[in-house]
Design a protein around this ligand. Structure first.
Ligand SMILES: Cc1ncc(COP(=O)(O)O)c(C=O)c1O
Length: 394
């Protein structure tokens, strides 16, 4: 048998996806201001960024970034463990440690890398990794990279998670879950999972990419909101590219965890440290996210307004109290058509289709931000009303 031509095989797969009308398309954004973006010569009111607190364009973040770049240049110059770890990184790690109430925190260049690195460092081949079926792709990939036995329980089902954890008590076990689910907006049953892990001698890892800044006292995230400490959730990961309006991520936990990741997390060791100016901007964002409660209050008011309006219109809302407010349409073509019709009205709302979400669960992933005004939410509701959307069959 001749070897398959890899590029040809990839092209066939891409053609199949196009044929199924599920191909992904890249959109170029020419400008972004407040809640609006400019794309293809049009100004669109966007409901698809993860900039939940409206910090990405805050002048104080921009000033921190410029100042640090003026002082120390753009790139970090090397990996953290060579000579790339600057005082801006150290200061950001300290701020994140204090915010999350952990012993220490360790920066990674992206959330994807943080999850890959942490799971790969913690788990050995043959260990057990139990995960929610709707976890983000990078948590699943982390388990695969570690060579762990991956078991996935039905969404948010702690009883099923308990069954999957039971039995093989001689292997190491990690239960990993999104805190706020990225495509659904609901929150994992964290307290039940923490009890379960403690009973079963497993470690609990929570990815709070979409909860940090938004939920909990001073925005410390869903784990803090659930009243869980470092003992209950020994591995806490969150990103800097969503509510904090920057880019990058961190893992927080005990000194032993951070020391271990520093030694063994390959995505920490073998990569260039994030630009120090970005760390300075993220540090400014942490300060603002903690202090400016009005951002969370405004976001919550907008969420309530949207949910009330959507319920009155009979729209297929999913149960969520976070900034992620998806409308479940079911059919991928219907979701795409709805997204295009909204764009014709000047509204940017993306359709999320399989394989990002399960078959038959295509949706409009609407995200709200403190950068929106009440009138923006009303405009979105008017647009949605004009589409006469039908719910997905249950
Ligand atoms: C739950 C979750 N974890 C991790 C990531 C990855 O983070 P990053 O974009 O920083 O790589 C994302 C989204 O991008 C996410 O939604």
């Amino acid at each position: 048998m001749p070897r398959p031509d890899l590029l040809e095989r990839l092209a066939v797969q891409a053609a199949e996806r196009t044929h199924a009308q599920l191909q992904r398309r890249l959109r170029s954004i020419d400008a972004w201001q407040g809640a609006y973006v400019e794309s293809g010569g049009r100004r669109l009111l966007a409901f698809c960024t993860n900039d939940y607190l409206g910090l990405a364009q805050d002048p104080r973040l921009v000033a921190a970034l410029k100042h640090a770049a003026d002082e120390g240049g753009v790139g970090s110059g090397s990996a953290h463990l060579i000579c790339g770890h600057r005082r801006e990184h150290a200061a950001l790690e300290e701020a994140l440690t204090a915010w999350t109430g952990r012993d220490r925190a360790l920066l990674f260049s992206t959330g994807y890398m943080a999850n890959l690195g942490a799971i790969q460092a913690l788990l050995q081949r043959g260990d057990l990794c139990v995960q929610d079926k709707l976890n983000h792709a990078c948590l699943l990939d982390g388990a695969q990279l570690a060579g762990a036995v991956l078991k996935r329980y039905p969404h948010a089902d702690a009883t099923a998670a308990a069954r999957q954890l039971g039995g093989e008590d001689h292997t190491g076990a990690l239960l990993a879950t999104d805190g706020v689910f990225s495509m659904d907006g609901d929150i994992a049953p964290l307290r039940e999972l923490a009890v379960l892990c403690s009973e079963q001698g497993a470690s609990l890892m929570v990815d709070d990419a979409h909860g940090l800044g938004v939920l909990g006292e001073q925005g410390a995230g869903c784990v803090s909101e659930a009243g869980l400490g470092q003992h209950d959730v020994p591995v806490l990961m969150a990103t800097l590219g969503k509510a904090l309006g920057c880019s990058g991520a961190f893992v927080a936990g005990s000194a032993a965890l951070i020391d271990g990741l520093t030694q063994f997390a390959r995505t920490y060791i073998y990569t260039t440290a994030m630009p120090p100016a970005l760390a300075a901007a993220a540090h400014a964002a942490v300060t603002l996210a903690r202090q400016e409660h009005w951002r969370r209050e405004k976001l919550q008011a907008l969420i309530q307004r949207f949910r009330q309006g959507a319920a009155q219109l009979g729209l297929p809302l999913m149960p969520s109290r976070t900034a992620i407010q998806p409308l479940l349409l079911g059919d991928a073509q219907q979701a795409l058509a709805a997204s295009r019709a909204l764009e014709d009205l000047g509204l940017l709302v993306v359709a999320i289709r399989p394989p990002t979400v399960p078959q038959g669960q295509a949706r409009l992933r609407i995200t709200l931000s403190a950068a929106h005004a009440e009138a923006d939410v009303d405009r979105l509701l008017d647009g949605l009303q004009s589409l006469r959307l039908a719910s997905a069959p249950v």
